[in-house]
Design a binder for this molecule. Structure first.
Ligand code: SAM
Length: 279
């Protein structure tokens, strides 16, 4: 295979080395230079596959400056590849500025298909896959996190997030706070690796399940939230609590109407949920 002059965007495995494609290996062997997020990290992958192409570090902090060097290579007629530590470059990884500058300079950017944790997780989640939204990582700070989730409260598509083991329980607690304990979530952990686990439960129950065994919160993970459904399953926990309290003094219909006003949700959904609960 001879390469056309281009910047090649090359996905690499997210755990299982057998997931590298033949085309990825051919491109990585034939380009003049491989841009890596971390040259030492990717160096291990390249030596496993016997690839000895020169590497250059391109990460969040130097990407814009490096674009000049890479465009220089392309001007000299040399093709370049871009990889990240794992998975598809640009997807919660560096590469966006480089790709846009290379395109602006008039050169081709050729994307190779390959491993990506978000779409791989979605395919086994059992959640609707006809429409979905990828949201990257949720913010670390609680207020910013609940703000993001609040804006997604009535999102009609499956929501995909990358998550870290240190923060997953905090994120799940925020989901309960904003979307209620009944919202279905799926956690896909260590995909393509020995301890791959894909678990789907209402978020309140998933927290209990994770707390039963600390191994369940280890490793790399993707968190997916089911789309909003216009029924009690998707109501915020606060709105349910208010309705339940008001029901101690008022008929359910009035309690649901008041709670709906207070929390800005649909009263019929609260009413139906209350009926199911026998309030
Ligand atoms: N560009 C990568 C991709 O295409 O998937 C993602 C890079 S992002 C910096 C790393 C995050 O991806 C991890 O924190 C985790 O949320 C997710 N991830 C990567 N590998 C994974 C795996 N094997 N199983 C589950 N999630 C994974």
């Amino acid at each position: 295979m001879s390469l056309d002059l281009a910047l090649y965007v090359v996905p690499t495995p997210i755990g299982n080395l057998a997931d590298i494609t033949q085309r990825a290996l051919q491109v990585l062997e034939q380009v003049s230079l491989i841009c890596c997020e971390d040259t030492r990290h990717s160096g291990k992958l390249f030596s496993h596959f016997g690839i000895s192409t020169k590497t250059l570090s391109v990460h969040d902090h130097n990407e814009r400056q490096r674009a000049g060097t890479i465009i220089g290579k392309l001007q000299a007629g040399e093709s370049v590849a871009l990889v990240s530590d794992a998975g598809t470059p640009l997807i919660s990884d560096p590469g966006y500025h480089l790709v846009s500058q290379v395109r602006a300079a008039g050169f081709n950017v050729v994307p190779l298909p390959g491993p990506c944790a978000a779409t791989t997780a979605l395919c086994a989640s059992g959640l609707p896959s006809d429409r979905f939204t990828f949201e990257g990582f949720l913010p670390a700070k609680a207020k910013a996190r609940t703000d993001v989730l609040q804006a997604l409260l009535q999102e009609p598509r499956t929501m995909i997030f990358y998550e870290s083991p240190r923060r997953v329980l905090d994120s799940l607690a925020s989901i309960v706070e904003v979307m209620g304990p009944e919202r279905e979530v799926v956690l896909a952990r260590e995909i393509t690796k020995s301890f791959e686990t894909i678990k789907g439960l209402p978020v309140g129950e998933l927290i209990d399940w994770l707390n039963e065994d600390e191994n369940r919160t280890r490793g790399e993970m993707v968190l997916m939230i089911a789309p909003f459904r216009d029924d009690g399953d998707s109501l915020p926990a606060e709105a349910l609590r208010t309705t339940e309290l008001l029901c101690q003094e008022l008929p359910l219909k009035k309690a649901a109407a008041l709670a709906a006003q207070i929390h800005g949700v649909k009263k019929n959904a609260l009413y139906k949920y209350g009926l199911d609960q026998g309030w």
